[in-house]
Design a protein around this ligand. Structure first.
Ligand SMILES: Cc1cc2nc3c(=O)[nH]c(=O)nc-3n(C[C@H](O)[C@H](O)[C@H](O)COP(=O)(O)O)c2cc1C
Length: 190
């Protein structure tokens, strides 16, 4: 089962990859998934520039075809997202909007980070959008309040024990949905 971890923030000096590395290490230790990291800064999609609705998969651009292949391969996702102005980053919305069928009937877990609200407002907003794409957001998410206190001088994320426990809880739940939705996708008519 392939898990793709998407790092949503792209700005210079961003902290997203620090949290991305932390959850990637845990997902690999968890031992169930074949784990890959997708960093939206590296993938560098332009603002959506396809003339057709993604449902038709009539892609004109190589970057869309490559993104389609990458997302199509996945069986599950974790989105690592900050909160920007009480929402999630436009870079993630853009990456979601590029495709449709490639996302459908796949589960998604969230690692969010921020100040007092721990990025939860971004996650709530994401749930509305991912369900429009027929994804299944898992309830067990990892929400990190005042996250910078857990970043050490070597730029590693070293949180309190509870957060690691909630990461394993989220992964266990993600596995259940991954199996159920793989079965569901096997009944999908093209
Ligand atoms: C444009 C912008 C808007 C922000 N808005 C929020 C916010 O609404 N809530 C919050 O908790 N933190 C907010 N912050 C602070 C972020 O939690 C913090 O900068 C974090 O490092 C952003 O993630 P990134 O470093 O991966 O980009 C905001 C930061 C930026 C750059």
């Amino acid at each position: 089962m392939k898990l793709k971890i998407i790092i949503a923030s792209t700005r210079p000096g961003r902290k997203g990859p620090i949290l991305g590395t932390w959850i990637t290490d845990i997902a690999r230790k968890h031992g169930v998934y074949d784990v890959e990291v997708l960093d939206l800064a590296e993938i560098n999609l332009p603002f959506i520039d396809e003339p057709n609705h993604p449902r038709f998969q009539k892609y004109e651009h190589e970057h869309t075809k490559a993104w389609s292949k990458t997302i199509n391969e996945a069986d599950a996702f974790i989105f690592v997202t900050p909160e920007y102005n009480f929402g999630y980053p436009a870079t993630l919305k853009n990456a979601l909007d590029f495709l449709y069928n490639e996302w459908t009937y796949k589960p998604v877990g969230f690692v969010s980070y921020g100040g007092v609200a721990a990025g939860t407002r971004a996650v709530q907003m994401l749930k509305q959008v991912v369900t429009a794409q027929k994804m299944m957001p898992v309830a067990e998410s990892v929400n990190v309040p005042f996250f910078t206190r857990f970043i050490n001088d070597a730029d590693q994320f070293v949180p309190e024990e509870g957060l690691e426990k909630s990461a394993y809880g989220m992964l266990d739940e993600l596995v259940l949905w991954t199996k159920a939705l793989m079965e569901l996708r096997s009944h999908k008519v093209a």
